[in-house]
Design a protein around this ligand. Structure first.
Ligand code: HEM
Length: 223
């Protein structure tokens, strides 16, 4: 009898996925932290351009900002573990429990993100870019839930990979800003480029990866 060899992830792929997980954890901790330890006015006085945009807004807008930061931050913090095939196999109940928390966080964080999108710092381009991102984020998470409810595991995984591409926009947005701010010579100019740049390439990469691994057994995973 011939043994069927299912190829494991290559070292390069594993390294890439660890990069995704570690950068996600770093941003999930360090992006929300200033908002949890300082007031918006303190951050604004300290040259925080994004915080300055919210420091004198009505309380309800600030409430949506904080709701977004906490819920979206938690979604980003917990999502990488959900991608781990090993963890899913060893602790399926943990995967289900964490999955429910992530879906709730994406729903709350996405809706709050959609509410604050019209007052974002980038103007109309930001309203369109962040608004579309919020709608797609929540939609993919919802489709991920719907597919797993009817037992379609491979489809569930595809939708959750797409949802992660959008969750990871929080990381790529900040990486793009690090590159574009010195290139354009101005944070405000760079910020107008990122509302679409932070998620469109992520989605393209995930679609290419999913297309090249049509067989569900070899969809890449973090070990
Ligand atoms: C993926 C869907 C997301 C959407 C649609 C979204 C949308 C937004 C919007 C519209 C703002 C206001 C920006 C401005 O005023 O210019 C914002 C700010 C913020 N978001 Fe998100 N966001 C998303 C994901 C995340 C994630 C996953 C995190 C996790 C760390 C996060 C953390 C923050 C933080 C900390 C701020 C405050 C501004 C800053 O200091 O960067 N967001 N978001």
């Amino acid at each position: 009898m011939t043994a069927v060899h299912v190829p494991g992830p290559t070292r390069r792929r594993t390294a890439g996925l660890w990069w995704l997980a570690l950068t996600a954890l770093a941003i999930a901790v360090f992006a929300p932290l200033p908002y949890l330890t300082h007031s918006l006015t303190q951050l604004a006085d300290d040259n925080g351009e994004l915080a300055a945009n919210y420091a004198y807004r009505p309380h309800w807008v600030q409430a949506f900002l904080y709701t977004h930061i906490v819920a979206a931050g938690l979604a980003l913090l917990l999502s990488p573990a959900q991608l781990s095939t090993r963890l899913r196999a060893r602790a399926p109940r943990l995967h289900r429990g964490t999955g429910r928390v992530v879906l709730a966080c994406i729903t709350v964080g996405g809706i709050a993100g959609l509410v604050i999108a019209p007052v974002n710092l980038a103007g109309r381009i930001g309203t369109a870019g962040f608004g579309m991102l919020a709608v797609l984020w929540v939609t993919c998470a919802f489709l991920g839930l719907r597919t797993i409810r009817r037992g379609a595991i491979a489809e569930h995984r595809r939708w959750m990979y797409r949802a992660f591409a959008f969750t990871y926009a929080a990381v790529t947005l900040r990486l793009w800003l690090v590159v574009l701010t010195p290139l354009t010579g101005d944070f405000d100019r760079a910020y107008k480029i990122v509302p679409f740049l932070c998620w469109v390439p992520n989605l393209i990469v995930v679609e290419l990866v999913l297309r090249s691994h049509r067989h569900p057994k070899i969809i890449p995973h973090v070990t």
